[in-house]
Design a binder for this molecule. Structure first.
Ligand code: GTP
Ligand code: MG
Length: 578
């Protein structure tokens, strides 16, 4: 059952759980004293009324109510606090898990939906952990106690008062399951809504550029309408639920008045006992309503918990497994042996790749868009899991290396960079938060950011991204490059990392980079011959296969795809020069 997943969380707070439920029990028990007191008072007054007796009962009643209040305060304080603790831990676990999930998971889920689970659904789970438990136990204690005393006063009258109970149970069941389904639909729609908002905010430039504001507004309004409509539907059922319960309870009251009155006139029970009985009965009203509410909370909470668990139970695809062989030092020889890889079954993206890159060498990958260059690079740090015995570093299958060591050895500049909304310096130091300012500045210069360092208002301390300065595409790429260099990796993966930079700037940066490349194994993907001509080995990929390989001059002499590419680019340059 879904709810079992919460057990470990409660286990961590035994003291709060016990003292919280203890307070509920005490508050309920003390609450039950009041009806007895009132009953006694009525009988006592009938026998011999006196101001002094009246006062004594009055003071006692006030004392009892005050004490009950104290424990009611304690129960709320402890249990609502407990629910916040659990919410906190669950939210941390959720985020930690999101951090470890495979890339494929994010291709299948939308950000808005994941956000909704971490906010709305988490809230519903919290209500389940706090209020639901609080009102649930309160109901249990009060109802048991009240029924016990009622039965002691008059057994048959109690049965009569409870005659409507089976109806209440049936109604609760029917309404409860309906409400459960409706609530799930509400949460689903909330996810859809969140997704639209998130994508519109993230894609604000595209929306403006294509003048999609109005149509986006309209779509949003429709989705929002649907959300309200589903909520209305839910409200119709929850709203009908309460009066119906109250009605059933009311019928019980009428029956009790009639039969109880008869019993008083017959002298079976005293007027005081009858007053107590009614008092107890009224104490049952709230628990009966609360049952419905608690069931409602439990159903919403478990629906939401299930949605959260669905994420928590998704396996992190890439992780350490099997026997690991940590190397004392990684030198950086990378070998692909007959590599086959497919993102989706039946459509291989890489086929029969044999590639050997000695430690310290630079290999360049060129090829048409969609040829599989980025895919090949993503296998090396196991961003996606390569098949076994196909990819080796220093002779060891990458899947046998501890992930931590593997990834500490490699720095990658992905084709699409992502910068965080923080300072330029912090963005560069992402992989080495301990780096000194001098080190950060050195790599920033090596990546061709000299001019930016001087021109940005606060240099490295300039805030970039949201709520800061927006960098150009080429500037972002160079920040990403600096970020990778700062890690001083043995293996450097550069995926078309200067594509948004003009040729002259690229020349200059490549000049700096040659020094950085020394002693490192470098995979360099580029569409420009000018960038790859200095590589020790150039590999041309086409539809997942290696179709040509060699040094620049060799490939030019061979007159294949590479020399054709070089010819076209030379032509372009000449045309530009004119
Ligand atoms: P450019 O960067 O455009 O020069 O292409 P590339 O050579 O880097 O191609 P890439 O390796 O990105 O893609 C090769 C094939 O794999 C294409 O058909 C893509 O559609 C597919 N592909 C790439 N990434 C993914 C992914 O994350 N999931 C899935 N399912 N397919 C992918
Ligand atoms: Mg690519």
């Amino acid at each position: 059952m879904t709810l079992r997943a919460l057990v470990p969380y409660f286990r961590r707070h035994p003291a709060k759980l016990v003292s919280g439920i203890g307070s509920i029990a005490l508050a309920a028990a003390i609450g039950l004293v009041a009806p007895l007191l009132v009953g006694n008072a009525v009988d006592a007054l009938r026998d011999a009324a006196s101001a002094e007796r009246l006062l004594r009962y009055g003071v006692l009643l006030v004392g009892v109510v005050a004490l009950q209040g104290l424990f009611t305060f304690a129960q709320r304080w402890i249990l609502v606090g407990l629910s916040r603790d659990i919410e906190f831990e669950l939210r941390n676990d959720y985020f930690e898990h999101l951090e470890r999930l495979p890339l494929s998971f994010y291709q299948e889920s939308t950000t808005g939906d994941l956000m909704a689970r971490g906010t709305n659904d988490l809230q519903a789970v919290r209500m389940l952990c706090g209020p639901a438990i609080m009102y649930g136990s309160n109901t249990l204690f009060t109802a048991t106690g009240a029924l016990f005393f009622m039965a002691r006063i008059e057994g048959r009258l109690t049965l009569l008062a409870l005659a409507t109970m089976p109806l209440v149970a049936v109604a609760t069941q029917v309404f409860g399951s309906k409400i459960h389904v409706l609530f799930e639909r509400v949460q689903e729609q909330f996810s859809t809504l969140s997704t639209r908002v998130q994508e519109n905010l993230a894609g604000v430039r595209v929306v403006r550029a294509y003048a999609r504001e109005e149509s986006e507004q309209a779509t949003f309004r429709t989705a929002n309408d649907e959300y309200v409509e589903r909520n209305r539907h839910l409200i119709r059922w929850t709203a009908a639920f309460h009066p119906m319960l109250q009605g059933l309870v009311g019928v019980g009251f009428v029956a009790v008045l009639w039969y109880g009155g008869l019993q008083v006139t017959r002298g079976v029970i005293t007027v005081g006992e009858f007053v107590s009985f009614n008092f107890f009965l009224s104490k049952l009203v709230w628990p009966m309503i609360a049952i419905g509410w608690v069931i409602n909370l439990v159903q919403r909470g478990s629906a939401s918990l299930a949605r959260i668990l669905k994420v928590l139970e998704t396996e992190p695809a890439v992780r350490d497994q099997g026997t690991l062989a940590a190397l004392p030092e990684i030198r950086g020889r990378v070998v692909f042996r007959d590599m086959e890889f497919a993102w989706e079954e039946a459509t291989p993206v890489l086929r029969g790749i044999d590639l050997e890159v000695p430690a310290g060498a630079t290999v360049a990958l060129v090829g048409r868009t969609g040829a599989g260059k980025s895919t090949l690079l993503s296998l090396i740090p196991r961003l996606v899991e390569p098949p076994r015995d196909r990819l080796f570093i220093d002779g060891v299958d990458v899947r046998s290396l501890p992930l931590a060591q593997l990834r500490a050895t490699i720095a990658a500049v992905p084709q699409e960079t992502f910068l965080f909304s923080t300072t330029l310096g912090a963005n560069i130091a992402l992989g080495r938060p301990d780096a000194t300012e001098t080190e950060i500045e050195a790599v920033a210069r090596a990546a061709g950011l000299e001019q930016e360092l001087e021109e940005l208002p606060d240099g490295l301390a300039t805030r970039i991204g949201e709520r800061g300065i927006t960098l150009s595409g080429g500037q972002k790429q160079r920040v990403a490059l600096a970020r990778a260099l700062l890690r001083r990796p043995r293996i450097l993966l550069l995926d078309d990392c200067l594509s948004a930079v003009d040729t002259a700037t690229e020349e200059r940066i490549l000049g700096h980079l040659r020094r950085e490349f020394e002693g490192r194994t470098v995979f360099l993907v580029s569409h420009r011959v000018s960038a790859v001509r200095g590589a020790d080995q150039i590999v041309v990929l086409d539809r997942g296969r290696i179709v040509e390989r060699g040094r620049h001059d060799e490939l030019l002499a061979a007159g294949g795809a590479y020399s054709e590419l070089a010819r076209l680019q030379r032509l372009e340059e000449e045309l530009e020069a004119v």
